[in-house]
Design a protein around this ligand. Structure first.
Ligand code: 3PG
Ligand code: MG
Length: 408
């Protein structure tokens, strides 16, 4: 049995439901049009179920942050949702004032109302407990009009923000279908993955990766860890490999001497489980050239893994029963340096292995390669997924668990 309620635990007929989703989307900088509606699409199972079960649904979401260029109202999000469900979606440019309240009171069975960007409310992003947030103007104005709170915002589950947790203190609450699927899939691979399990980390950040790998190897969640991209460079540097000033410069933007100490400790504990590239690709004028590990340092940026590494990593992946991909293997946005990511990701997608992909850049790479339908689970989480993989407790999930044992 789940530690939190799901939609199966409630009779939804004629009930007013507050549904918190993550519609935080990449926008076009000039037109502010939505560039990729994936996060809306992934919440459709929940929204369609609420419609079918005759609930009156009030959706709360955020876009951007106060002060950022992508901090917009949610009118375009309402239009996008409307097209996807082929049903009228009401929108009010209000969050908890009279307009919003009247909109909620007028809802009929099966109706959908989207409130405006909840981050326009200053108290939204304060970090407080569910009980403290429940005293806010937002929760106090809206909760008396609702019967049930549903949270389907897995991608924001690492935020202890007002609309994400405050309602769980005052309303019967449950996880939506996307939240349920994300948690159950991630729990399965973190707690009981089919073995052997291989976790591949790449991309352009590495300090969080150190903590994550330590957690995964210590708990025996991961049998093998493959590193590419900046994490690989950081591990090589910690081993004493000189990479060349451009590569060192990139590392120094993020890395501290403490990071390299942590890596050294990790390598001394788990050297046989961590696999690093043995060759690389760099840009020589305009074309791709490759070099071996022992030819380093080099005055160019390393933009991809080389062919020997690709073959070696495929061999390791061929023995896996669970594979987690986090971060591209190189600068896949540049066609000449897509090779490592393309070959490794296609190899995983075209095998029968249970595969999970997460993080904005990784999902973008999967989509660019047209592999999205061949991956077993694509997580909507970025920061939330990272936190979950590190073994941290996510405030949204903890709030849902606490709400299960409450009576209202
Ligand atoms: C995200 O996209 O990371 C989530 O929606 C949370 O947004 P935030 O990182 O701006 O808090
Ligand atoms: Mg974020």
């Amino acid at each position: 049995m789940n530690e939190y309620n799901t939609l199966d635990d409630f009779d939804l007929d004629d009930k007013t439901v507050i549904l918190r989703v993550d519609f935080n989307m990449p926008l076009d900088k000039e037109t502010l049009d939505i560039l990729d509606p994936t996060r809306i699409k992934r919440v459709l199972p929940t929204i369609n179920e609420l419609i079918e079960k005759n609930a009156k649904t009030v959706i709360i979401a955020h876009q951007g942050r106060q002060g950022s260029w992508d901090f917009t109202n949610l009118e375009k999000h309402a239009k996008t949702l409307e097209k996807l469900i082929d049903k009228n979606v009401k929108f009010v440019d209000d969050i908890y004032g009279e307009k919003a309240k009247q909109g909620i009171k007028k809802l009929e069975k099966g109706d959908i109302l989207l409130l405006d960007n909840v981050r326009k409310f200053d108290g939204e992003t304060e970090k407080k407990s569910a009980e403290e947030h429940s005293k806010s103007d937002l929760v106090q104005n809206l909760y008396p009009l609702a019967d049930i709170f549903v949270n389907d915002a897995f991608a924001a589950a690492h935020r202890a923000q007002c609309s994400l947790i405050g309602f769980t203190a005052v309303l019967p609450s449950c996880a939506g279908r996307l939240m349920e699927k994300e948690i159950s899939t991630l729990d399965k691979i973190l707690e009981k993955p089919d073995k052997p399990s291989v976790f591949l980390f790449g991309g352009a950040k590495f300090s969080d990766v150190i903590v994550t790998i330590d957690h995964l190897l210590q708990n025996k969640t991961a049998d093998k860890v493959i590193l590419t991209g900046l994490p690989a460079n950081a591990f090589l540097k910690a081993e004493g490999v000189e990479l060349g000033y451009k590569n060192e410069e990139l590392l120094s933007k993020e890395g501290s001497s403490e990071n390299y100490q942590e890596i050294k400790q990790l390598l001394s504990k788990y050297k046989d489980s961590i696999y690093l590239p043995q060759d690389f690709a760099y840009q020589d004028n305009t074309k791709r050239s490759e070099l071996e590990l022992d030819e380093l340092p080099i005055d160019y940026n390393l933009f991809d893994i080389g062919e020997k590494s690709i073959e070696n990593f495929k061999q390791i992946l061929s023995e896996a029963k669970t594979i987690f991909l986090s971060g591209p293997c190189g600068v896949f946005e540049k066609p000449a340096f897509m090779k490592g990511t393309e070959e490794i990701f296609s190899y995983v997608a075209n095998s029968d292995v249970f595969s999970i992909v997460g993080g904005g850049h990784t999902v973008a790479a999967v989509e660019k390669l047209g592999l999205q339908n061949k991956i077993s689970h694509i997580s909507t989480g970025g920061g939330s997924l990272e936190a979950y993989m590190m073994g941290k407790k996510l405030p949204v999930i903890e709030a849902l668990k606490a709400a299960k044992n409450k009576s209202f």
